[in-house]
Design a protein around this ligand. Structure first.
Ligand code: FAD
Length: 470
């Protein structure tokens, strides 16, 4: 079938409003969040139902057209930037955005893939429950994208990754088969848990069209504090201290370099409320049981007595708490405004974070004179965004290679939460054994034998790893 014939048939499925072929209108979908890379597609296709997704995938498959699913396009791994010359469509899920049901007692939510994360969270709040996935991009990121990327965010230390919130999924396979698994069961050991295969698969195995998500009780009390600490080791020791004192009421434990806060001050005019120090931590605790604030104060007093903290502020109101969080949440955008950077989303065993920070900084500074550092992230999960602000004309590649080699050497991961996409494919091959790559390639071949789902993302070539067995 000709290209125009194919697009005509797609248009019949999704209607005129569901098909964008105008180059200008397609551009925002095809350009990554940072505006650095632009992909190509025959069209942007915007279905409104699972049946439409299925029909579109059927004719795409029959015509050898690849499909790149997209949610809010906030991913940071170029996973939806397809630059291949082979024909493809970008499947935007944004019109499938309904919250179909929220069950207060069962603490579940049935939601379509294109629902923006913030809207899903608000729907949970409306019935006195919470969906504790918190990302700075939550005003744009969609549930399907969050699931496909297995997003993390600031509450992983208590609530886990996106994967831990998914009870049931509905997906459409490359050949158009709808696989329905929208079950709201807490316990279900019936056979393989196939829905987990699609979580973190970055759209390479199929399209997520809807999900049943696990909700949590809404805590009555929240305490937020920011502390200055003399070293990253002190930050780690402070983590152990608050774990001892406050147990699993800790829902966030973030590490921020002083340089990160300086960037936020420069580009957004937000002011640090505490003394400058090499590092800061932002801690949030939640509970429905009274006495949280008092317990938190005791923990902080111990932190000062032991010299782990030098200065600190405990938010007195929700506004103050939001202001503390605003400092953390503006770091990524402040960095973007500052100029080119090499981004790293790495994890190492939690207790190795201070050693990693020291070694990474020394190694990059040696190879890239003039590099500046913006390390921040989720210390409670051992996940640091070790970002390097690059001197004029310096490419990110050198910093990437240095940092990734070190992370692998320290038994860590080069993709703690942002995925592999097209950005970290080579590193994936260094990190995973031939047997693991073989398993991934075999699964890809099974579910997408023609290699049409988001080709080039995650695995270098769709079938190149199939059949490997270490
Ligand atoms: C300011 C900022 C802060 C961020 N903070 C965090 C953070 O703290 N933690 C974190 O983990 N991430 C973070 N991210 C990254 C990003 O927001 C998350 O990865 C998010 O989950 C992506 O969702 P999205 O809807 O934008 O997906 P997209 O960017 O559109 O897509 C991401 C991947 O999912 C696939 N996909 C999208 N929808 C579907 C679907 N319905 N079915 C199958 N595949 C699909 C795409 O093909 C792609 O591979 C941040 C990004 C920004 C810009």
């Amino acid at each position: 079938m000709s290209e125009s014939g194919f697009l005509h048939d797609v248009g019949k499925i999704v209607g005129a409003n569901g098909l964008i072929v105008d180059k200008q209108q397609m551009r925002p979908y095809l350009t990554d969040w940072r505006g650095l890379e632009t992909g190509t597609a025959l069209a942007v296709v915007r279905p409104t139902t699972t049946e439409q997704v299925s029909e579109v995938l059927k004719i795409a498959s029959a015509n050898g057209v690849a499909v790149v699913p997209q949610g809010g396009n906030t991913g940071l791994a170029y996973a939806t930037v397809n630059q291949s010359a082979s024909p493809s469509i970008l499947l935007s899920m944004s019109r499938m955005n309904a919250v179909r049901a929220v069950d207060r007692v069962g603490m579940t939510m049935h939601v379509e893939a294109g629902c923006v994360l913030l809207a899903a969270k608000q729907a949970a709040l409306a019935v006195g429950r919470q969906l504790p996935i918190s990302l700075a991009s939550e005003g744009s990121a969609q549930i399907g994208g969050v699931i496909a990327a297995n997003a993390g965010g600031v509450n992983v230390v208590r609530h886990g990754m996106a994967r831990d919130h998914v009870l049931g999924l509905e997906v459409v396979l490359a050949d158009g088969t709808v696989v329905g698994g929208l079950r709201a069961l807490r316990k279900d050991n019936a056979g393989y848990n196939w829905s987990q295969w699609f979580i973190g698969a970055e759209g390479t195995l199929g399209v997520v069209t809807a999900a049943i998500l696990r909700l949590s009780p809404l805590p009555r009390h929240t305490v937020v504090a920011m502390m200055s600490v003399p070293s990253s080791q002190a930050a780690l020791d402070l983590l152990a201290l608050v774990q001892d004192e406050l147990g699993d009421t800790i829902v966030a434990f973030e590490l921020l370099a002083d340089a990160s806060l300086a960037l936020v001050e420069t580009h957004f005019g937000l002011k640090r409320p505490i003394a400058a120090a090499p590092w800061h931590v932002l801690i949030e605790a939640q509970s429905s049981v009274n006495g949280l604030r008092e317990a938190f104060e005791v923990a902080l007093a111990k932190a000062f007595e032991s010299g782990l903290a030098q200065d600190g502020v405990l938010a007195e109101s929700e506004t103050q708490a939001l202001n503390l969080w605003a400092l953390r949440e503006h770091i990524t955008e402040a960095e973007q405004r500052e100029g080119p950077s090499a981004k790293h989303d790495v994890s190492v065993p939690i207790s190795s974070v201070p050693a990693f920070l020291e070694r990474a900084q020394a190694a990059v500074a040696r190879e890239i004179p003039g590099a500046r550092f913006n390390p921040f992230g989720h210390l409670g999960d051992g996940n640091i965004h070790f970002n390097v602000l690059l001197p004029q004309g310096q490419l990110a590649k050198t910093a990437n290679e240095i940092v990734h080699a070190l992370v692998i050497d320290m038994g860590g991961s080069v993709s703690a939460e942002h995925g592999i996409g097209r950005y970290r494919r080579d590193a994936l091959r260094q990190m995973r054994s031939p047997a693991e790559l073989g398993l991934m390639g075999g699964l890809k071949k099974l579910l997408d034998p023609l290699g049409q789902m988001n080709p080039g993302a995650v695995l270098s070539s769709p079938q190149s790893d199939a059949g490997r067995r270490g």
